[in-house]
Design a protein around this ligand. Structure first.
Ligand SMILES: Cc1ncc(COP(=O)(O)O)c(C=O)c1O
Length: 323
């Protein structure tokens, strides 16, 4: 990947003149069956320029109450776009509750914000939503005149897990945000894809947000490399996460609270700070937080820098601490 970055032909992407960025954008649009795409700095920026393209001032987006684009993006759409978020409950599998969409959509009346777009996240905490399952919600949204946005930060984990291609997974969405970092392993970057007019609008917002970058083909080249080499191998990350889950489950006092694709969540008797310090002393950086009732919780995410060979030493360190 680093060699591909060094070798990349570059231009000035602020002038839409970087051939490597063009290649990456065309590649993502083609693989997701969309008309156009725009390379942005992060998943947060991708969701934000997507929402800004869909919604004007005083409009609203509907999303699950645990959605990244509602909860973990610093309220950017509201702060920077005057776009009102309308959260609805997220079901156990990560789908925003389809039965709550109709009542969340506002009537055409001067009292209300205009409901414009409905957002889904896949995977959500590693949980995979099938095309059919997502359609249970997107079809309701469409019936109410909403457009659809997929926060597909980890959409390839979902596609690989379902054994389908990206275009099939994302077919019911107008816009899709895909992260090239995280599981795909690039140092930075996301791509928003969708209809030509919305992507042109998103490109303008990207510039306004300070996301217009110059010879950024060097980074886009990492994205091309990731698209070519790091998608199918996500199945290895899922297998490694399963191996971690089995190894942790054998430790007395450890509870696996969830395990899907490349993520698992665990809770352990003990103090979060002691666990953090103890694991770090054993060479494992691991974030722990308070789960109440004398327990600590953590999230383990596998990616291309973690392999099956890491399972035994990490589980061994945790076993030694917990016992
Ligand atoms: C589902 C989801 N969407 C968006 C983002 C934001 O991505 P970034 O960290 O690149 O801004 C994340 C980050 O973890 C995420 O998990």
């Amino acid at each position: 990947m680093k060699q591909a970055m060094v070798d990349a032909p570059v231009g000035d992407d602020v002038f839409n003149d970087d051939p490597t960025v063009h290649r990456l954008e065309a590649m993502v649009a083609e693989r997701l069956g969309k008309d156009a795409a725009v390379f942005v700095t992060s998943g947060t920026q991708s969701n934000l320029v997507g929402l800004l393209a869909h919604c004007g001032r005083g409009d609203e987006y509907i999303a699950g109450d645990m959605a990244h684009c509602y909860r973990w993006e610093a309220g950017g759409a509201a702060v920077l776009g005057s776009i009102q978020p309308q959260p609805i409950p997220m079901l156990e599998d990560g789908l925003p509750d389809p039965s709550k969409i109709a009542s969340a959509v506002k009537p055409d009346d001067p009292h209300f914000a205009r409901s414009r777009v409905f957002c889904v996240e896949n995977t959500k905490d590693g949980k995979v939503l099938s095309v059919e399952r997502m359609r249970e919600a997107t079809s309701v949204a469409r019936d109410h005149g909403l457009r659809t946005h997929l926060d597909g930060a980890r959409m390839w984990n979902a596609a690989v897990s379902l054994g389908i291609d990206g275009a099939e997974l994302t077919q019911d969405f107008d816009t899709v945000s895909l992260c090239l970092s995280k599981g795909l392993g690039t140092p930075m970057g996301s791509v928003l894809s969708g209809p030509t007019d919305l992507i042109a609008e998103a490109r303008k917002w990207r510039k306004m947000l300070g996301g217009g970058l110059r010879q950024v083909g060097m980074v886009a080249a990492a994205g091309i490399y990731a698209m070519e080499h790091n998608i199918e191998r996500l199945a290895d990350d899922h297998a490694t996460a399963a191996a971690f889950a089995s190894a942790f489950a054998e430790i007395d006092g450890v509870t696996i609270t969830a395990h899907n694709t490349n993520m698992l969540f665990l809770s352990v008797r003990g103090d979060p700070n002691e666990l953090m310090g103890g694991m770090e002393a054993a060479g494992v950086k691991m974030l722990w937080s308070d789960a109440g009732h004398g327990r600590a919780q953590s999230r383990v995410v596998t990616h291309l820098d973690v392999s099956g060979a890491d399972v035994a030493p990490v589980a061994g360190a945790l076993r030694a601490l917990v016992s």
